[in-house]
Design a binder for this molecule. Sequence first.
Ligand code: SF4
Length: 182
Amino acid sequence: MSNTNDIILEVKGLKQYFPIRAGFFQKVVGHIKAVDGVSFSIHEEEIFGLVGESGCGKTTLGRSILRLYDPTAGEIWFRKKNGERVEISHLINKAMKPLHPYTEALISAIPPADPDTPFNQILLSGEVPSPANPPTGCVFHTRCRYAEDICRQEEPDLVEVKPNHAVSCHFVTELDLRGIGG
Ligand code: SF4
């Protein structure tokens, strides 16, 4: 069982924005939000997985943690003791039962171990939202099959629904999502 005293790496609210420049004077006209408010902790003897589609910011996140980039905002703590709260977004629990629609779609891409079991992958339509011009509300709403009006208008808070498991979805308590082999 992990606790806050055995945290090896803690990332809090990490943001990595890159300026978009245009014109003769190369004025900054916008930003590509490659990483936008990521928080998680990695404990001793823990295997931590970071999953997502191509272009979702995984590599940039790793480079920012290694300080190959200067982060725009946030904190990165290595081997800090008594690091205060654990936040992990879109995490799947030990039974691989997702609580976020994006995670549900990602793990549906895992083929079943038994080749006779039907492979029922959830295919996400549309493109990964542009980090230079993310959609309003929930960033996943343009491709989420559960999206409602509120998803297009309001960004969901990251809410800790159980210890070490936080999710940002307006309907986290209502959706019954498919797990592995579901
Ligand atoms: S907030 Fe809405 S759009 Fe976003 S993941 Fe939840 S159901 Fe889908």
